[in-house]
Every structure is written in structure tokens, then in C-alpha cells.
Design a protein around this ligand. Structure first.
Ligand SMILES: NC(=O)c1ccc[n+]([C@@H]2O[C@H](COP(=O)([O-])OP(=O)(O)OC[C@H]3O[C@@H](n4cnc5c(N)ncnc54)[C@H](OP(=O)(O)O)[C@@H]3O)[C@@H](O)[C@H]2O)c1
Length: 314
């Protein structure tokens, strides 16, 4: 009932299907979380930056599912790289829990809290105010200390390329358990996935349906594979990622879709053939490469396909 899971390097199991909560309005997410837990989900993906953790917590309590049966992730927002425990404590309070199963660095870009915006402080020229003096390896040390303190079970990163992972790995005493990335048929990041495998870092796919409005559902190759197997396009997109042992985090606030994604992803996993997976693996290289989430960070992020001009620092 609770779906498939995979073991993290920390020794804990993570359910392969989690509910996404970005852009879920507070009044909708209570019900979404409740519906998901009722449908069998045991994994909820949250973040301080989503501004709805209080409501996610309410949905969890409303469901009656014991806290110990649910895998809860949250993320450190960029203005808190120097004050990790402060951000974590806010998430714990908002969610109404006393530990997290997984805590991620949301973006590899520390920002200066200069007071002009609570989430995205900017410079007079309008660009994001990056804290250039701070080292990512020092953020990571704080996450490690919070594991030792018992506030977090597993730690990981999000939106980290190999370039940024190499900034924390040499001094890490705990290897990141996961890297949460934009991963889907149009942005498969094959090279980065091979690198993560070599380091025993589990990939998590965000925006598996193409994010807001699920644009990937209309792709003709996806539709054709879905018709062949009597699946929905969403099932194919999700089942493809499961077939590659990637954790999926589909977001929905619509109860019928929440239920359908959970069941359909698993059905697609059993129906998709190695040929289907190979075809889907090749769509980006055949001309469909596309990212949907590209915030204007004014720094080099190290992703081959990132559509922005910042050069690699010397
Ligand atoms: N680490 C990061 O930087 C980062 C970035 C982005 C996302 N994330 C995480 O990943 C999660 C998922 O990504 P996402 O929210 O960008 O996008 P997504 O899950 O790819 O797509 C969400 C969209 O698809 C719709 N949808 C869901 N199931 C559907 C179905 N079966 N049929 C038709 N439409 C469907 C949703 O509509 P309704 O809700 O209206 O039903 C919503 O518009 C996020 O919520 C968040 O938890 C993390």
C-alpha cells in the first residue's frame, strides 16, 4: 500500500514516490497532504521557501497517520546558509515535528540577508545579492552537526551539479544521501546521474511532469507510449523515472490526480519495456532538451544545459 522504497547511504529507506508541495496554496495543501496519505503516499517533499509548512503539518495531523510512518523532507533556504539551525528549527516548528527524515540545501547559492526582501534579497542593479564570502562546505558542516544532534536523519543537496558537489565532498564526513534535481524526459541529465551513482547519491526528480501546468503531458512521444500501454501520459512520465530508480515528487492539489499519480506510476513501472525507457532516454538528445525551472542566480551553477551566461570562475 505504501509503495516502493530505496535505501539511502544513511541506512534509512526513502519511499520512491513523494508528494510535491511547491506552489500548493495553504488552503489547498492541507487537503492535498491528507488525500496523499490516505492514498498510500508516505513521503512529503517540503521546503521553508514554499511558505506552506504549517499547512502541510496540519494535513499530516489530520490524516491520523503516525509521524513515524511518514518520510518528511524540508530544505534550507538560501538566506540561511550561515544559520542552518535557525532555518531548520522554523521548519520543525511549522511542520509540528521534532525531527526531519531528510534536510537538503535548496540551492548551492548563499544569499546575503540584506533586509530588502525576506527570500530573495537583491542588489541595487536588481540581481540577487550572493554571499560570495561563504563556502558551501561550511554550510554542509552545519547540516552534519544537526544529524549528530538528532534533529535530522539524512542530509542531502538540491540543484547541485558535479562542480558544486566537488566543493563539499572533499571535507564531508557524511556523503549527501540525495541530490534533488529537475529530472524528466526533456532534462534527463545522464552524465550527472552516472556521477551520482558512482558516489552512491540517490537522485530525486523534481518537476517530473514539467512543473506548472504539466506541459510534458502533451508531448507526442509520451502520448504515443501511453496509448500503447493504456496508461495516462502522467503515468508514463512518472513510471519512466521509477524504472531508473529515481525518487519522484509529483505535485498536485487535486485529490483525483494525487491518487492517480501514485497508482499510475507503479502501473507504468510494470508495463514500460526496456525499449520504451531507451526511447524516452533519447528524447532530449533528439532535440527536446528543455529545463522549466531556471531562477536567475547570478553565478555559475555548473549544469551543462543551464541557459544563462555566467562563466566558470577561475
Ligand atoms: N528542489 C527544488 O529546487 C525544487 C524545484 C521545483 C520543484 N521541487 C519539488 O518537486 C515538486 C514537483 O515539481 P513541480 O511542482 O515543479 O511540478 P510537477 O509535479 O512536474 O507538476 C505539477 C503540475 O502538474 C499538475 N498535475 C499533477 N498531476 C497531474 C495529472 N495526473 N494530470 C494532469 N496534471 C497534473 C499539477 O496541477 P494541480 O496541482 O492543479 O493538480 C501542477 O500544475 C514540487 O512541488 C516540489 O516539492 C523542488
Amino acid at each position: 500500500m505504501s509503495g516502493p522504497s530505496i535505501k539511502l547511504s544513511s541506512g534509512y529507506d526513502i519511499p520512491l514516490i513523494g508528494l510535491g508541495t511547491w506552489q500548493s496554496k495553504p488552503e489547498e495543501v492541507v487537503n492535498a497532504v491528507h488525500s496523499a496519505l490516505e492514498a498510500g503516499y508516505r513521503h512529503i517533499d517540503c521546503a521553508w521557501g514554499y511558505g506552506n509548512e504549517k499547512d502541510v503539518g496540519e494535513g499530516i495531523r489530520k490524516s491520523g497517520v503516525p509521524r513515524s510512518e511518514i518520510f518528511i523532507t524540508s530544505k534550507l533556504w538560501s538566506t540561511y546558509h550561515r544559520r542552518v539551525e535557525e532555518c531548520l528549527d522554523q521548519s520543525l516548528t511549522n511542520l509540528g515535528v521534532d525531527y526531519l527524515d531528510l534536510y537538503l540545501i535548496h540551492w548551492p547559492v548563499p544569499l546575503n540577508q540584506n533586509g530588502n526582501h525576506p527570500m530573495i534579497p537583491t542588489l541595487p542593479d536588481g540581481t540577487r545579492d550572493v554571499d560570495k564570502e561563504w563556502k558551501l562546505s561550511d554550510t554542509w558542516k552545519q547540516l552534519e552537526a544537526l544529524v549528530a544532534k538528532g534533529k535530522i536523519r539524512s542530509i542531502g543537496v538540491s540543484n547541485f551539479s558535479e562542480y558544486n558537489l566537488e566543493k563539499i565532498l572533499p571535507t564531508a564526513t557524511i556523503v549527501p544521501a540525495v541530490n534533488q534535481l529537475e529530472l524528466h524526459v526533456f532534462n534527463p541529465q545522464h552524465k550527472l546521474l552516472a556521477y551520482l551513482k558512482s558516489k552512491n547519491i540517490i537522485p530525486q526528480a523534481y518537476s517530473p511532469l514539467g512543473s506548472t501546468g504539466s506541459p510534458l503531458l502533451k508531448d507526442e512521444d509520451i502520448v504515443s507510449i501511453s496509448e500503447k500501454h493504456s496508461l495516462s501520459a502522467a503515468d508514463v512520465l512518472l513510471g519512466y523515472l521509477l524504472a531508473k530508480q529515481i525518487v519522484i515528487l509529483p505535485k498536485s492539489v487535486t485529490p483525483a490526480r494525487i491518487v492517480a499519480n501514485f497508482k499510475g506510476a507503479q502501473e507504468a513501472l510494470s508495463k514500460l519495456t526496456p525499449e520504451d525507457v531507451a526511447k524516452l532516454d533519447g528524447l532530449a538528445a533528439a532535440g527536446k532538451q528543455k529545463r522549466f525551472i531556471t531562477p536567475p542566480w547570478p553565478v555559475y551553477l555548473g549544469f551543462e544545459d543551464w541557459p544563462q551566461p555566467y562563466p566558470k570562475p577561475e
